[in-house]
Ligand binder design. Structure first.
Ligand code: SF4
Ligand code: SF4
Length: 331
């Protein structure tokens, strides 16, 4: 292991300093159990995580969020269900904590109330793919709602059927003046033809690299992320339950302890139940392709990237990518 200043020239050292001070403490909140879609493969509904009694009293939400802030959370990631169905709860978060809202984009978040809240819109491929998987071409609606919005990007979930066709989706996003983060489907509902084969993942890695080369102002990504998520490997280790950093703290009984996100919780909409991790409670970790968990996996393992300049630069690029997705550093 070498020291950081020996490994980096002044430009990279400045980049390192910029992220080293961020001290991100995120947690995830199911804002509601309801959604205005029912996508095939949705981890929330397929895992039964919606089976809690939703808290409906806004005062309870406000008190809960205040407690979360006191617990040290400085980034609230709002998911669901569809958070925009409960705008008062979203507002309660936004007024108290830096907040990020994941949405399907069908309902527009009013920018007069939420001028700088980061918004991530889910997208599952081309119009045809979306009609099959989500029952609707959501892009046709979400792109009108958010065209040119400087605080919004698409969360494009790539499926095995999309390999070789990613560019056409990226181009549509370029045309509406938004950015995109690429992630991979984990086939939680066992749909025929939607599980990854090794050769598809190999091809996709290079396709993702190519998208970043061609559309660097649109694609928020880096090549080390592409490598990590498509291979499930990092520094010779294999991603899975015994490596995952995104496990709720109170449910994490792994021994020996695993490097993990500090004080991370994922709360259900009853404000009492906690879910196992940042994604499906019933997912087989060995097939998990969750993008945030893979990014966090790299981020919590800095020491392992102190062997060479390239390794440390890779680590910095993944950290920067994560920080950009929440606009903690500029795009
Ligand atoms: S929009 Fe999101 S929460 Fe709603 S069904 Fe689809 S994946 Fe699930
Ligand atoms: S399903 Fe994925 S995110 Fe959840 S514990 Fe397993 S590896 Fe981690």
């Amino acid at each position: 292991m070498k020291t950081i200043s020996l490994l980096l020239d002044s430009e990279w050292y400045d980049r390192y300093r910029r992220i080293a001070n961020l001290n991100i403490r995120s947690s995830i909140y199911d804002v509601t159990n309801r959604c205005n879609l029912r996508c095939r493969g949705c981890f929330f509904f397929s895992s039964g995580e919606n089976h809690v009694k939703e808290e409906t009293n806004i005062k309870q939400w406000e008190a809960f969020i205040d407690k979360e802030r006191k617990r040290g959370v400085n980034l609230a990631i709002l998911i669901g269900g569809e958070p925009t169905l409960c705008m008062d709860r979203v507002e309660a978060f936004y007024k108290r904590l830096p907040s990020y809202c994941a949405t399907n984009g069908l309902i527009k978040i009013p920018r007069d109330k939420f001028p700088d809240m980061m918004v991530g819109i889910s997208l599952w491929g081309s119009s045809e793919d979306e009609k099959i998987l989500r029952g609707k071409d959501t892009f046709a609606i979400s792109s009108k709602n958010y065209e040119g919005d400087p605080y919004t990007y698409y969360l494009y979930t790539i499926t095995p059927k999309q390999v070789g066709k990613v560019e056409s989706v990226v181009k549509r996003i370029v045309d509406v003046g938004l950015k995109v983060h690429l992630q991979l489907l984990s086939n939680d509902e066992g749909m025929e033809g939607f599980s990854w084969r090794p050769e598809e993942l190999r091809d996709l890695r290079f396709e993702m690299d190519e998208m970043l080369n061609q559309y660097p102002r649109t694609v928020i990504s880096c090549k080390y992320y592409h490598e990590t998520i498509t291979t499930g490997k990092m520094m010779g280790r294999t991603f899975g339950w015994h490596e995952c950093p995104s496990v709720t703290e109170s449910l994490d009984n792994r021994q020996p302890p695993v490097k993990r996100l500090i004080h991370f919780y994922r709360w259900a909409a009853d404000l009492k139940t906690v879910h196992r991790c940042c994604t499906s409670a019933t997912r087989d970790c060995s097939i998990c392709k969750d993008g945030a968990a893979h990014m966090s996996w790299v981020m919590v393992n800095k020491r392992d990237h102190l062997n060479s300049t390239r390794d440390l630069q890779n680590w910095i690029e993944v950290y920067e990518m994560f920080a950009k997705l929440y606009r903690l550093i500029p795009w």
